[in-house]
Design a protein around this ligand. Structure first.
Ligand code: ADP
Ligand code: MG
Length: 567
């Protein structure tokens, strides 16, 4: 080896390694899933790049992953003939964490093992998970299409630094050797490895092979020395999961595939697998995760589906196929509608992309509708992603009614901060003669619940939606009606309770207003320019007065948002 140098891991990597080794102990086997997943990704990448440069295969286009072990030496080796890495890539990929928000993420870690294990799962540990089971890791790799002398060897004990050196390497692709820790030697075992491959990698299209060593025997049944032959057996199913018929697939297989696609440890809440033929041909497999990723609200957070064209992997995070308000959806899209050399730029111009997007949007909304039949599962979804879905009516006018039926709110019916009531439920409970859906928006649940604007509604037993999310006013400015009933902000304009009030009550109000004209005039003079108007109201039953915004005025929340944006 030449040009050997020792480098330090990025601070974040050191932190991650440390935490991972301690908090993922009970989940150690996932290292294999992560490494196979990387090997499969590397094969996908090579196949894609070789589409217009066959030479990259270097004469070996049968992509595969091989796993070997040596029980005596206590090692496990994974080898792929995928894209490989050059020296710079090795240093970048296996020395840093490139994902944005990493530092923020790591700050959230508490040091409490169980909690952190969950958080780390959310982050996706990837290659570094090798160090959960290994006290030394060696990576030998060469980028496909480069010179045999351009191989690279990376080595580390996972303790703050690693070395890189140039090596000769005949094969392109990557080989990773794990020197197992004393208490992880169990993994250097044929049966254990095979069952883990089946458990985690059945759905991966690339074959994962393990050697079967056979020795010839003489007439007496004794092994003949030196007669060993190795045959490679494919251990996994090795068919892309989404092309298999639905009836063939078990829930466990769908779940395992989700973990591969979404880099998530936990099970998805629900999925939707569709093969569409005819005018628009595609296969989609979409999932709703059971918890929010740490970068859900980050501008450059990962979003979108894994895109394949006729089974060839094209790109991760293809965000053009789903609207922003469904950015929590994970999954795969495989279509023949696009060409193999499609790029992100081309995706933006292709009218077929728009068509697929609206089809997938429909699938995703239907999937949520299905999930809503399971109140507990739906509540989990809502608690994690509800405020993202609330962006929907503004972004996707065409589907706003569908989205509206998926929204959940706090209301005076339950008087609880939990958002678990649907508009359909509200409409069911509407009073006789009530034509509108009433709501109030304020900062925080208690501010809505205790608002003086609700007094008349509580007295008459009319339900009011209690909106207290930051995005709620924005949402309501794009939701005009539901099932033909318009929304009314109880803090704005003249309050018209429609037929819920009888003629007598209305007359009584008018009479009071007349009788108090003098008082109103004096109050108005006293307040001067501070107010536009002073009126007698029947809104209140206990409080003497309240502030009301004109009907078409921007609300308090929006004003604050605009002010914060410097407008
Ligand atoms: P992720 O897979 O989420 O990107 P990992 O930590 O698993 O994160 O891997 C980091 C990066 O290292 C990968 O994105 C890839 O560029 C590179 N890498 C890892 N394993 C391989 C491999 N077997 N062949 C080529 N590149 C690899
Ligand atoms: Mg990975």
């Amino acid at each position: 080896a030449t040009r050997e140098e020792t480098l330090g891991f990025q601070t974040e990597v050191k932190q991650l390694l440390n935490l991972m080794i301690h908090s993922l102990y009970s989940n150690r086997e996932i290292f294999l899933r992560e490494l196979i997943s990387n090997a499969a990704d590397a094969c996908d990448k090579l196949r894609y790049q070789a589409l217009d440069n066959d030479a990259l295969y270097e004469g070996d286009s049968e992509l595969r992953v091989e796993i070997e072990h040596d029980a005596e030496a206590g090692t496990v080796t994974l080898r792929d003939n995928g894209i490989g890495m050059n020296r710079d890539e090795v240093i970048e990929n296996l020395g840093t964490i490139a994902r944005s928000g990493t530092a923020e993420f790591l700050k959230q870690l508490s040091g409490e093992q169980q909690k952190d294990a969950r958080l780390i799962g959310q982050f996706g540990v990837g290659f570094y998970s090798s160090f959960i089971v290994a006290d030394e890791v060696t990576v030998r790799t060469r980028k496909a299409g480069t010179n045999k002398s351009e191989g690279v060897e990376w080595q580390s004990k996972g303790e703050g630094e690693f070395t890189v050196a140039d090596i000769e390497r005949d094969l392109h692709g990557t080989e990773i050797t794990l020197h197992l820790k004393e208490d992880a030697k169990e993994f250097a075992d044929d049966f254990r490895l095979q069952s883990l491959v089946r458990k985690y990698s059945d759905h991966i299209e690339v074959p994962v092979r393990m050697p079967k060593i056979e020795t010839a025997k003489d007439e007496d049944g004794n092994e003949i020395e030196g007669s060993e032959t190795t045959t490679w057996e494919t251990v996994n199913e090795a068919t892309a999961l989404w092309v298999r018929p639905k009836s063939d697939l078990t829930d466990d297989e769908y779940k395992a595939f989700y973990k591969h696609v979404a880099h998530d440890f936990s099970d998805p809440l629900v999925w939707s697998h569709n093969k569409v033929e005819g005018k628009l041909e595609y296969v989609s497999l979409l999932y709703v995760p059971s918890r929010a990723p740490f970068d859900l609200y980050e501008r450059d957070g990962a979003r979108g589906v894994k895109l394949y064209v006729q089974r060839v992997f094209i790109m991760d995070d293809a965000e053009q196929f789903l609207p922003l308000y469904l950015r929590f959806i994970k999954g795969v899209l495989d279509t023949r509608e696009l060409s193999l050399n499609v790029s992100r730029e081309l995706l933006q111009q292709d009218p077929k992309v728009e068509k697929i997007k609206s089809a997938l949007t429909k699938r995703a909304l239907d999937m949520l509708k299905k999930l809503a039949k399971d109140p507990e599962g739906y509540q989990t979804f809502w608690n994690n992603f509800g405020s993202v879905l609330k962006e929907g009516p503004a972004e996707d006018y065409a589907n706003r009614e569908k989205i509206a039926s998926l929204l959940r709110f706090s209301t005076t019916h339950t008087d609880s901060a939990t958002q678990d009531q649907s508009l359909a439920q509200y409409v069911e409970r509407m009073k006789e003669g009530q034509q509108k859906i009433y709501y109030i928006v304020a900062d925080g649940f208690n501010a809505t619940k205790n608002s003086p604007h609700l007094e008349i509604f509580r007295k008459k037993g009319i339900e009011v939606l209690l909106l207290h999310d930051r995005i709620d006013e924005w949402l309501m400015s794009h939701l005009t009606e539901f099932e033909g009933k318009s929304f009314v902000d109880v803090a704005k304009g003249d309050l018209d309770l429609g037929d819920v009030e009888d003629e007598e009550e209305k007359q009584a109000q008018e009479d009071t207003a007349k009788a108090k004209e003098g008082l109103v005039k004096r109050v108005k003079e006293a307040l001067g320019d501070e107010v536009q108007e002073v009126k007698v109201t029947h809104r209140l039953t206990d409080s003497p007065a309240c502030v009301v915004l004109p009907e078409h005025e921007m609300g308090f929340q929006m004003r604050r948002i605009m002010e914060a944006a410097g407008q």
